[in-house]
Design a protein around this ligand. Sequence first.
Ligand code: MN
Length: 419
Amino acid sequence: MNSFVEVPSGSHFPIQNLPYGIFSRPDGGRPRVGVAIGEMILDLALLSERGYLDGPHLTRLSVFDRPSLNAFMALGRPAWREARSTIQALLRHDNPALRDETELRQRALIPAKSTRLHLPALIGDYTDFYSSREHASNVGAMFRGKENPLLPNWLHLPVAYHGRASSIVVSGTPVLRPYGQILESGADGPVFAPSREMDFELEMGLFIGPGNELGRPIPVEAAAEHIFGLVLVNDWSARDIQRWEYRPLGPFLSKNLATSISPWVVTLDALAPFRCSGPKQAPEPLPYLLSSDDWAYDIQLEIQLQSEKMDRPAVISRSNFRYLYWNMAQQLAHHTISGCNMRPGDLLASGTISGPEPHSYGSMLELAWRGSRPVQLPDSEVRAFLADGDRVTLTGWCQGDGYRVGFGQVSGQILPVQE
Ligand code: MN
């Protein structure tokens, strides 16, 4: 399948992908919904206004002329499927409907470079899981010893904490090094100082579509009806602040300083060809967490770091979404089993996605093993944690036969503390 829109080879956004995002046109107007295709953005607000997206589920009462995807997310899977097939048909090389309407085509397809991208959704609530067995084992081994790296609950439920939605930022937003309380080793009490152990976490996040009523859990088998799509997530973490504050209720200020996400939401339908089985789960999870479907996806992930001295980024780790022990359906079923209600636009992040090998770990804490084996960068720079000016970029894609379904990237630069 090809599009009349040019898609450079290796692009993350061929006609097989069609991720949704929120953008501002260079000629003004308020932010609206668009779809990435090659190096262009298709303006869905404009197409909808002209009646090109009409169908049983989507009418001219547009969900696209809005500054967030929430209204579209809330419509549910039949509307998402209808939109995807209509947009895919409009962009096909052999369909003249948009291709040969020169005036409309030129207005509806805008070079991505000339636009501004925003957060894709108004995120009401944000939860961060801890679903990578490798990551949990590495952190456990570092802080509690190798004998029992996993706490007794870990293999029975997807551990998580409720995060902070207000400080979720879109890719490109700088991240300020925070001040906080830090207990230096051997000290009697904490000092108040800038974090010296700034870190990233390689994660992916799912956006909720239709929610559930308070008191009515989402069964594991119904998860696909409630998951709109996925983005890349960098859960910035101040490890020294985290180490002192986290007991007994979990991370707080070490994580709420900022969380960065990629601007394009890739739908489950676009990811369907890359579905695969995840790690075998033993002991068998309790029945409410048992799913008959495969819920892993073969998404290749990469972490790049660029210091102020470097003229291009270096790849410091390669991982894969399929390594996650607890899958998205289980996360959603577990999150709501208490009766907790989800709302359209809520974000559930996976937790750090570490692979089995040291070069596949998803945080600096693990890559440099708590500072004991610093990461080597070009020009003899080394890192145990992030330095001011460091830019961290996460990217991810599924490799199809001659095309990629990709996520673009999420990038952020560490700025020094503000005096
Ligand atoms: Mn995290």
